[in-house]
Design a protein around this ligand. Structure first.
Ligand SMILES: NC(=O)c1ccc[n+]([C@@H]2O[C@H](COP(=O)([O-])OP(=O)(O)OC[C@H]3O[C@@H](n4cnc5c(N)ncnc54)[C@H](O)[C@@H]3O)[C@@H](O)[C@H]2O)c1
Length: 501
C-alpha cells in the first residue's frame, strides 16, 4: 500500500499577502504541498513578479499552480490562462495544472478537439522545459463506471502529462465499490502517477480519507475539516493511525517533527550532525550551523539527498551578528524555529591545543572556552527565542557536561561554561514558560564522538554511543516531554555517582 503527500487547498485569497499567509498556515500545520489558484487573485496581481513572490513562500511545501475557470474569470480566454500557467512555471511552481479542456471548454473537462489537443501538447512541452511537472485535470463530478473513468486518465497520459487527475462522484454504495475497482486498476496498470478523487454526497462521506490510501499521488486537505475534504491535522492523524509502518520506515510525511524547524549549532560533526540527521528523518526542517564550512556543506547535502530538508549557515557562535543571521535565515527558509540545539562547543585545551594549567594559559584560550561554550548558546537563544515566543512553541537544548560538576586544572572555562548553561536554562525556562517555550540542559559523560573518550570509564564500563544522547534529546524536544523545563539531565552511565568520594 502506498500513499501520497497532503496538499492544502488555498482559497478565497484575493491578494498575494493573503495567499502567502495561507501557504504558510498550511506549511506550519504539516501539509506537504499547497494548491494555489492564481485566477482567484484580483487581476492587478496577475503579474510575473507577484507569482514569483507567492511561489517563493513556504519553502517546505510544494506549489501546485492552477488557473481554473471560475465566476470572476469567465471572461478570460484560455490563451490568457495558458500564458499565466506558463508564467507560473517560470516563477517557481513545482506542479502546473492544465485543464483537460483547455483551449476548448467542455462540460466534463476533456476536449476531443484535435486543434485544442495540439495546443495543449505544445503548452505541456513548454512547461516541462521550464522544469515544472505537468498535471492534467478533469473535474467530471459525476459517477463513471471503471472503463469510462479510465479513459480520462489515459487521455491525460497520451497528451504528455506527468500526473493525471480526475474528480468523479459517487451517490450509492455500488458506485463507490466501482470507484474502488477503478483505483485498483490504476494502481496495477496506469503508467504515470494519478490522483483519483471521488466526491459527491456518498463519495465524500465514505471516501474522504480513502485518497490517502487508494494509490492517489496526493490528497487534498483544508486547514479545518469540512464536508468535502479533511483538515490537514486530522488527515495526518489518520495516516499515523492507519499506517504505522510508514512511521517505522522513517517517512517524513508521518514524522513526529513534521512541520517543525530545528536550528542546530555545531551541526557539521559529532552529536550535532547526528541530531540534524535524526530530526530531518522525523520530518523537521533543519538549519545546520557551524564554523566549519568544509564539513557542513557535504553534511547538508547528505540530508537533502536522503529526502530531508536542510540548509547550511556558516557562522561563528561567538558572533551575535552571526546568531541573528542564522535565526533570520531559518525564518526566511522554513518560516519558524521550534527547537534550538546548541552543540557547538568543546574542551578548550583540546580545541586550542593548549595543555598548560589555567594560570599559564593565553587569554585567547580562556576566551575561546567561555565564548564558544557559554556565550555561543546565550547568543543563539537570544536570537531565536522571539520566534518561539511568537509561535507559542519552542524548546532550547544546551549541551552541558559532567565537567560542569567536576573541576579541571587545564580547562576550567569548559566546566565553568557547562555549569553556567545549567543556570542559564533556568532563566530561559522562567522567561519562556508563559509562552510554552521550554529550556533544558543535557549533560553527558564521555561520548564516543572521539575514540579517546573510550578511556574515560563509567560505572556502566563504557562511554556513550552518540545516538544514546541524541535519542534523549529528541525525547526532550518532543511534546511527550511537555512538563520538563529548567532542568539539567545527566546522561553519564553513572559517572557522577562516585563524584566526591
Ligand atoms: N563528546 C563528549 O564526550 C561530550 C561530553 C559532554 C559534553 N559534550 C558536549 O557536546 C557538544 C557536542 O560534542 P561533540 O563531541 O559532538 O563535538 P564535536 O567536536 O564533534 O562538534 C563540535 C562542533 O562545533 C563546531 N564549532 C566549534 N566552534 C564553533 C564556533 N565558534 N562556531 C560554530 N561552530 C563551532 C565544530 O566545528 C564542530 O563541528 C559539545 O558542546 C561538547 O562540549 C561532549
Amino acid at each position: 500500500m502506498k500513499y501520497g503527500p497532503l496538499f492544502g487547498i488555498c482559497s478565497k485569497c484575493r491578494t498575494p499577502e493573503e495567499l502567502i499567509e495561507n501557504i504558510l498556515q498550511f506549511e506550519n500545520a504539516g501539509a506537504h504541498g499547497v494548491v494555489v489558484d492564481l485566477g482567484e487573485l484580483d487581476r492587478q496581481y496577475w503579474t510575473f513578479d507577484d507569482f514569483k513572490k507567492i511561489l517563493a513562500a513556504g519553502c517546505r511545501v510544494e506549489k501546485y499552480a492552477c488557473f481554473y475557470r471560475n465566476k470572476h474569470t469567465q471572461d478570460v480566454s484560455d490563451e490568457t490562462r495558458a500564458e499565466h500557467l506558463l508564467a507560473a512555471s517560470c516563477a517557481g511552481a513545482d506542479i502546473v495544472d492544465i485543464m483537460g479542456d483547455l483551449f476548448d471548454p467542455t462540460e466534463y473537462e476533456l476536449t476531443r478537439n484535435p486543434d485544442a489537443i495540439n495546443k495543449q501538447k505544445a503548452l505541456i512541452a513548454q512547461i516541462k522545459a521550464n522544469g515544472a511537472t505537468v498535471l492534467m485535470s478533469s473535474h467530471i463530478k459525476q459517477f463513471r463506471p471503471k472503463e469510462d473513468a479510465l479513459k480520462y486518465f489515459y487521455a491525460h497520459y497520451e497528451r504528455g502529462a506527468d500526473i493525471s487527475k480526475a474528480v468523479f462522484a459517487c451517490t450509492t454504495e455500488e458506485e463507490l465499490q466501482e470507484s474502488r475497482r477503478t483505483s485498483d486498476e490504476l494502481c496495477a496498470k496506469f503508467p504515470i502517477p494519478f490522483v483519483h478523487v471521488c466526491s459527491g454526497e456518498f463519495g465524500s462521506k465514505y471516501q474522504r480519507y480513502e485518497t490517502l490510501l487508494n494509490g492517489s499521488l496526493m490528497t487534498f486537505v483544508r486547514l479545518d475539516d469540512n464536508d468535502i475534504q479533511p483538515g490537514v491535522k486530522s488527515a495526518l492523524e489518520y495516516l499515523r493511525r492507519h499506517t504505522p509502518w510508514a512511521a517505522a520506515a522513517g517517512r517524513s510525511v508521518c514524522g513526529e517533527f513534521t512541520g517543525k524547524t530545528a536550528v542546530i549549532t555545531g551541526a557539521a560533526s559529532g552529536m550535532g550532525l547526528l541530531a540534524a540527521r535524526e530530526f530531518a528523518a522525523k520530518g523537521a526542517a533543519v538549519l545546520m550551523v557551524d564554523i566549519n564550512r568544509e564539513s557542513l556543506e557535504p553534511a547538508v547535502k547528505e540530508i537533502c539527498d536522503n529526502g530531508g530538508k536542510a540548509f547550511a549557515v556558516t557562522a561563528d557562535v561567538r558572533s551575535y551578528a552571526d546568531a541573528e543571521k542564522a535565526a533570520a535565515t531559518a525564518l526566511e527558509k522554513f518560516g519558524r524555529i521550534d527547537y534550538l540545539l546548541c552543540f557547538a562547543g568543546g574542551y578548550e585545551p583540546r580545541c586550542c591545543r593548549s595543555n598548560v594549567p589555567f594560570y599559564e594559559q593565553p587569554i585567547e584560550v580562556i576566551d575561546w572556552g567561555i565564548d564558544v561554550n557559554l556565550k555561543g548558546a546565550v547568543y543563539f537563544a537570544r536570537a531565536c527565542m522571539p520566534a518561539m515566543i511568537k509561535q507559542k512553541h519552542g524548546v532550547l537544548v544546551c549541551l552541558g557536561s559532567v565537567s560542569g560538576v567536576e573541576g579541571s586544572a587545564n580547562g576550567p572555562m569548559y566546566g565553568t561554561s557547562k555549569n553556567g548553561l545549567s543556570q542559564f536554562v533556568k532563566g530561559v525556562a522562567l522567561a519562556g514558560a508563559p509562552h510554552n517555550v521550554r529550556a533544558v540542559c543535557v549533560a553527558p559523560g564521555p561520548v564516543l564522538t572521539r575514540k579517546a573518550m573510550a578511556a574515560m570509564k563509567t560505572p556502566l564500563g563504557r562511554a556513550a554511543e552518540p545516538i544514546e544522547v541524541v535519542d534523549f534529546i529528541l525525547q526532550l524536544c518532543s511534546d511527550r516531554s511537555s512538563f520538563i523545563t529548567g532542568s539539567t539531565h545527566f546522561i553519564d552511565g553513572g559517572y557522577l555517582c562516585n563524584f566526591g568520594r
